[in-house]
Design a binder for this molecule. Structure first.
Ligand SMILES: *Cc1c(COP(=O)(O)O)cnc(C)c1O
Length: 358
């Protein structure tokens, strides 16, 4: 070991779903949207003047925060934007979680929370979800350094009703509560309506899922002006120009096209219902998804085997070899055609493996 290595920051990084790139593959493993972004985004890309790239972008991201403010009826001072919600969440952890008390989040949730807590030396405690993967809200009625809840949750796909979120906020007026709403547009209840009542609430959303712009990397947070200012102070302390100029324009165009946004969400919800029905018929148990993915376990055939066999057919879903969820598959909702091909493949795998006794 070199002398200096002892001073390296030791981290165990988050592992995203694999990003294969094979002809003919069906990619249902990282919850991307199967439809293109708004045609307004396409037009903005075509019309973007490259001469604009000479200049630094607007550090306050005004074009985008104004578009978001208009769409969600908020003031600029209530909006923070970052490089995907991962960046927004990482900045929020760094900004708000400096207590000696542990921050709290469920044992089964977005696995990045643990990674940021470890990176920033934030003490944390994971609270077990109930057997049916729902949150016991009373678990959060205790001293803590902050709370993070993904709602709807990943990878379970379940939504926590707004009354329970309100309850958790009411019992935690002394700490910051972050609600990660990456999937809320697909059928969850947003905590946005609680902002008026709770100055300790930060709602985080993203362009990656419902807006179909994972590649552009934009996330945003809504909160009281005092929280947004604190986030900006931290951001300006390490990089004033996190948001590149084109993405600010493209994001603003996407937000302005709410009709298109609604339309692709509705399409995904319909495909989700059909796919869930098909999987039930094949002997799967499916949780009540409010997201753009299904969390499914087969009654006889192990998830890992189905995952491997699908992979051989270049159909990628997500499998977590983790306690409690190692017999589940997380399946992103693609187009109707992709899901038909997926169901076809799964049906074959199930039949063969039951016939041959795995
Ligand atoms: C996808 C996802 C994010 C991060 O999305 P970005 O692409 O960084 O905006 C955050 N939280 C959850 C629960 C997610 O599933």
């Amino acid at each position: 070991m070199k002398q200096w290595e002892q001073y390296f920051r030791k981290v165990v990084p988050y592992v995203p779903g694999e990003q294969p790139n094979q002809p003919g593959m069906i990619k249902l493993n990282t919850n991307e949207n199967p439809y293109p972004p708004s045609p307004k985004v396409k037009k903005a890309v075509e019309e973007f003047k490259t001469d604009n790239l000479r200049l630094y972008p607007d550090p306050a991201s005004t074009v985008l925060t104004e578009a978001l403010g208009k769409a969600y009826s908020l003031k600029n001072e209530q909006i923070f934007v970052g490089v995907g919600s991962d960046d927004v969440l990482a900045t929020a952890f760094l900004t708000f979680f400096n207590s000696e008390e542990p921050i709290l989040f469920p044992d089964i949730t977005y696995s990045f929370y643990e990674v940021w807590a470890a990176l920033y030396n934030i003490p944390y405690e994971t609270l077990p979800l109930k057997e049916d993967f729902t949150i016991r809200k009373e678990d959060y009625y205790r001293k803590n350094g902050g709370i993070v809840i993904a709602n709807p949750n990943a990878p379970t796909s379940l939504s926590l009703e707004l009354d329970a979120v309100r309850d958790i906020l009411e019992h935690n007026r002394e700490s910051i509560v972050i609600v990660d709403e990456a999937y809320v547009d697909f059928g969850g209840e947003s905590a946005l309506s609680l902002l008026k009542e709770f100055e300790n609430l930060l709602v985080v959303q993203t362009f990656s899922k419902s807006y179909s712009m994972a590649g552009i990397r934009i996330g945003y947070a809504f909160g009281a002006p005092s929280l947004i200012k604190a986030l900006n102070d931290v951001k300006y302390s390490y990089n004033s120009y996190t948001m590149n100029q084109p993405s600010l324009y493209y994001g603003a165009e996407a937000v302005r096209d709410s009709d298109y946004h609604k339309e692709i969400i509705e399409r995904i919800r319909k495909t989700r219902a059909r796919t869930a029905e098909n999987l039930c018929e094949l002997g799967f148990t499916i949780l009540d998804s409010r997201t753009n993915f299904l969390f499914a376990a087969h009654r006889e055939v192990p998830a890992e085997l189905i995952f491997e066999k699908l992979r051989e057919k270049k159909i990628y879903v997500r499998y977590f070899k983790k306690p409690r969820i190692d017999n589940y598959l997380r399946i992103t909702i693609g187009t109707d055609e992709e899901m038909a091909a997926f169901i076809d493949a799964v049906s074959g795998i199930i039949k063969t493996s039951i016939l041959t006794n795995h």
